[in-house]
Design a protein around this ligand. Structure first.
Ligand code: F1P
Length: 344
């Protein structure tokens, strides 16, 4: 059987990570200028599906590194309920994120944002020459992240890396940006070192439910991988903040549950306690972090900019589960690559 294209997109993705960093560095002075001159009251990150989850992760990091209020919002909500999201009368900076650069909700939300004079925008995408591609004051386009398959893997990671790098530039954290240059090499090593373990868990069809736990800037990433598990494998799957798992969701733990922890360094003990509780309840756990876990990055890269390393092994796990279930990971059920609506 021909190897699904999703496989190539997952294992080759670090080329796109590198291009993402290079592209941001080329536009670094424009990013600094836009941020320093703007006096923005708030920063919004908007997308749909995967790119909404990217928005959640990016907003958490933006606020952490700059101290400025930041939100992640689904583009459709921004379009339909703008007053629930924009600061009244405030000046906003909007990051619009879309792999395809043609998702209707995102394109229209940005159009309306500009028409209403709400502030300036930055577009993040993988495709030039499309409706969203040059709508921003600055446009971060990473062609190496383009993909043929429907579910986002390398595209997501490439746009996430670009956004994190842009945040470092705007926060004046050259130290963090410099540390990001080591990500592609470490990511490639992780893919090689942990493919077998990803496959073993992915092919374990006795599991019937997956929970992804991530907090702070990792929550959006937990949401994204949970979406991968849904799209590619049609399995019951949900993301939660670590401590939230005790407040109800843990009642779903059984011996056929796999709880996957995006363990941090900053709150490691509290997060590890939740996973220990899952064990006591008879569930299975699979844990990723920089050291001493099932998947260990051993990167030494500062925590705020290492989070992309949680993605590749889990994307592979979803890929192998999809194959084991006899599904086509390239073409998830009922899904279109781009959602286009005929809104006036
Ligand atoms: C966003 C998106 C994907 C999803 C599906 C439909 O597209 O919702 O996240 O997997 O393929 O489109 P985009 O705006 O990032 O191109």
């Amino acid at each position: 059987m021909k190897q699904p294209i999703t496989y190539k997109e997952i294992v080759g993705q670090t080329v796109a990570w590198k291009q993402a960093i290079d592209i941001v560095e080329l536009q670094a002075s424009a990013l600094v200028e836009l941020w320093d001159d703007g006096a923005y009251d708030g920063v919004l990150f908007a997308g749909c599906g995967s790119t909404y989850y990217l928005a959640l992760a990016a907003a958490a990091l933006f606020q952490e590194l700059t101290g400025k209020p930041a939100w992640g919002v689904p583009s459709g909500e921004l379009l339909m309920y703008p007053e629930s999201h924009y600061l009244p009368g405030g000046k906003n900076l909007l990051f619009s994120i879309s792999r395809s650069a043609e998702t209707t909700e995102t394109v229209l939300a940005v159009e309306k944002f500009h028409q209403e004079g709400r502030g300036k925008s930055i577009a993040v995408s993988n495709y030039p020459g499309r409706p969203l591609s040059d709508t921003g004051e600055i446009n971060l386009i990473i062609p190496a992240g383009q993909e043929e398959s429907v579910a986002q893997t390398q595209s997501f990671a490439s746009m996430y890396v670009a956004t994190v790098a842009a945040i470092c530039v705007m926060a004046g954290r050259q130290d963090l940006l410099a540390a990001m240059h080591r990500l592609p090499e470490i990511g490639a090593k992780l893919l090689a070192d942990y493919e077998n373990i990803a496959r073993t868990w992915g092919e374990n069809l006795s599991l019937d439910r997956f929970y992804f736990l991530g907090s702070g800037p990792r929550y959006g990433l937990a949401c994204e991988i949970s979406l991968k598990m849904k799209e590619m494998t049609l399995t019951h799957s949900e993301p939660f903040h670590f401590l939230e798992f005790r407040h109800g969701p843990k009642s779903m733990v059984t011996e056929t549950a796999l709880v996957i922890g995006f363990l941090s360094e900053s709150n490691r003990k509290h997060e590890a306690d939740v996973l220990a509780e899952v064990h006591q309840l008879g569930g299975n756990t699979f844990v990723l972090s920089d050291f001493q876990t099932d998947v260990s990055f051993n990167s030494g890269i500062p925590e705020p900019v290492r989070n992309v390393l949680y993605l590749p092994v889990l994307q592979l796990m979803a890929f192998y589960r999809s194959l084991a279930k006899g599904l086509n990971p390239d073409r998830p059920n009922n899904l279109d690559e781009v959602v286009k609506l005929s809104w006036a």
